[in-house]
Design a protein. Sequence first.
Length: 508
Amino acid sequence: MNSISKLILLAAVSSLALASCEQAQNTAGANETQESGTLASEVEATKAPAVKSGAKAKNVILFIGDGMGISTITAARIFDGQSKGMSGEDNKLSFEEFPHLSLVKTYNLDAQVADSAGTASAMNTGLKTQISKINVRPDGLFAGCADSAAVPTTLFVDMAERAGMSTGVVSTARITHATPAAFYGHSPSRYWEHDGDITPDGLEHGCTDLAQQLINYNEGDGLDIAMGGGRRGFLSKSLLDSGRRTDGKDLTAQWEAKGEAKGEAKGDQKGEQYVYVSDADELRGLKPEAKQKILGLFSNSHMDYETDRNNEQQPSLTEMTEFAIKNLEARGTGYYLMVEAGRIDHAHHGSNAYRALSETQELARAVALADKLTSDEDTLILVTADHSHVFSIAGYPALGNPILGLVRSIDRETGKPSTELSKAADGLPYTTLGYHNGSNVRSDEPQTDNMVQDKDYKQQSAIRRASETHAGEDVALYAKGPGADKVKGTIDQAEIFDIMKDAVGLEK
C-alpha cells in the first residue's frame, strides 16, 4: 500500500471513529406556529412512517448546494422568512426539517480549503483527491486517457448503471463544470471542459474533454438525463458564435444519434429516443413519462441566477428537478439523480449575498418538491454542500433586522431595537453580512439601507481580492429515507459515497 492509499485509509478510519452521536429527533409539533411561512409548508409532503432500520433504497437523490456553508444556510433561512413577512430567525428551509444531520469535513488531499472538483469527486467515488482534479487518484492522473494504463476510479453512477438503475444529473452551472462533471467524468484538470481547453500533456496522453465524456458515457445503458448550462462546450464556433470547440464537432447531434446507433446494434430500427433541447419551452413540450433520454443545454455558459432568469428561455432548478424525477421514476428501475445549485457559489465569489441567498432559497424549493414527489419508504434524499465560503453574519443586529440591511442593535437601556444605525470605529454604519475577502473593500463612502439591500450590492470585505474565496470549515449534510440513519456525527466527505452505496446495496 503506497503512502497516498494509507492517507486515504487513515482519513476514512479516523472520520468513522468520530461518527458516534445520533441526531435527536425534534419533538413533534413543537414549532407548528413558526413553520407557517416556511418552504416546507409551501410544498407540503405527505409524511411517511419512520423508515425501518436496514430498509434498502430504490432511489437516491443527492442535492449539492455549491458553496452552501452553514452561514449561508442561516442567512438564507432568515432571508426566506423575511420574504414572507416573518422576522426570519424562526423560519426553516425545507431540508432543515429532515431528521438526520451530520457535519462533513471537506478538505482535499493537498488543500485545507477545498475546491469543487476534489470535493465532488470524494462524494462520487468514496476517495479523496487533489484540488482541481476530477475522479482521478494522485498516482493515476491520466486514468481514462487513451495513452495511459492507469485505471479510472469507479463512480457511483457506474455502479448504479451496472445494477440496471436509471441515472441523471442536473445543474444550474455548466454541465461540464467541476461538480456536475464529477458525476460522469475523469480528468486531471477540471478546466478541460471542451477540446480547446486540453493542455499539450493531456493531448499527448490522448485525453478527452468533459463534454465529449458526457456524450460518450456508455456504462450500462448510459445517462438518461443531463440538464444545465454550457452549450458552448458542445459546439464549434462554426455552429455557434460563442462555441468553444476546435474540432468542428456538434456534440448535441452526437447525442441524438446515439439512439439510432443503439437501435441498429440491437436490430431495432426505431431505436431509443435521445432528445436535445435548448430552451425551457422545448423542455415543456416533452412528456417526462415518455422516458426519452434528455440532454438539455439552456445557456451558452452558466444558467442565469434565479433572480434574473427568463422563464421562456431557462427552466428553474425546481422545474428541472421535477422533470428529472418524473422521467427517471417512469422507467421503474430505481435511479440515482444528482442536482446541483451551482450558482450559490458564483454569487459568493462575486461578494453578492442577495443572489447567493436567493439561489439557496431556490434549492430549498427544489428539495421540497423532490420530497413531495418521492416516498420516504424507498428514496434516500441527501442535501449537502461541497464547501463553504468566507461569508459571515455579525454585528449584534436586533431580531428581525433585515438580513441584507445595515445593523440596528438592541438599545440596552430600553430593550428595544435602536432607532439609530450602529456605527463602526470609523463612524460609518455597516451591514450584518460580509466577507473575509472579496472585491468590495470597505471605504469611507456612506451606505444606506436602499443601497445595501439592492440585489446588485456587493457586501464589503476585509481583504481585497478579485474574487472572494472558499472557506475550510465543515458543511452540513441533511438526510431522510432508507440509509439516512448513517448520517450522524462528523464524517469525511468521501463517506457520503458509502452512505449512498450501502443504502441501495451496491457493490463496486
